[in-house]
Design a protein around this ligand. Structure first.
Ligand SMILES: [Zn+2]
Length: 187
């Protein structure tokens, strides 16, 4: 019996350790609630100073799937992100550096298979680059703080901007709005 119990406990602790890598923990010490990531010293939801890591360093601090999108300009499979249809209220941050990128109230269902927004949080949240790869002329969107590849922006979005920011879900970290989280707890 003890043997079984130990195995179960070990399994649980391994599961928790695994979750601990990608799950974020709120940091309430500073009064500001911010997410933290183990092994990623540059990750911050409040520090807006630019991040300049070498590709080698990025490879060490990012999970493989995030590295592939952020640094190798990869694209996740359409319809694969849990954020694609999510209607939760809160903020989407860069999964590589924690920079706030989009608010949930600018999110809309575009039907394109990737999380879509019509406007970033601020003018400096993202930067724009010409992308002529794959025989197309597109505008690439990168994180304004760490230059992670996020996705592309197109001119067929809804008002008020008419823009569609088509973003890989893998490069997004979502944090529920505080108010919404409190209401949820009261239930
Ligand atoms: Zn970033």
């Amino acid at each position: 019996m003890m043997k079984y119990l130990t195995t179960i406990l070990l399994t649980i602790s391994v599961l928790f350790q695994h979750c601990g890598y990608s799950q974020s923990q709120p940091d309430n010490k500073s009064g500001l609630s911010t997410m933290k990531k183990e092994n990623n010293p540059v990750y911050s939801n409040t520090d807006s100073s630019k991040v300049n890591l070498s590709e080698e360093e990025w490879k060490k601090v990012l999970p493989a799937e995030v590295y592939y999108i952020a640094r190798q300009k990869g694209t996740e499979r359409p319809w694969s992100s849990k954020y694609e249809t999510s209607k939760e209220i809160g903020t989407y941050y860069c999964a590589a550096c924690g920079n706030p990128l989009f608010k949930s109230d600018t999110k809309f269902e575009s039907g394109c298979g990737w999380p879509s927004f019509y406007e970033p949080i601020s003018k400096t949240s993202v930067i724009y680059l010409e992308d002529k790869s794959h025989g197309m002329e597109r505008t690439e969107v990168e994180c304004g703080r760490c230059h992670a590849h996020l996705g592309h922006v197109f001119n067929d979005g809804p008002p008020p901007t008419g823009l569609r920011y088509c973003i890989n879900g893998v490069i997004l970290d979502f944090k529920k709005a505080q108010q919404a989280a409190e209401q949820y707890k009261k239930k």
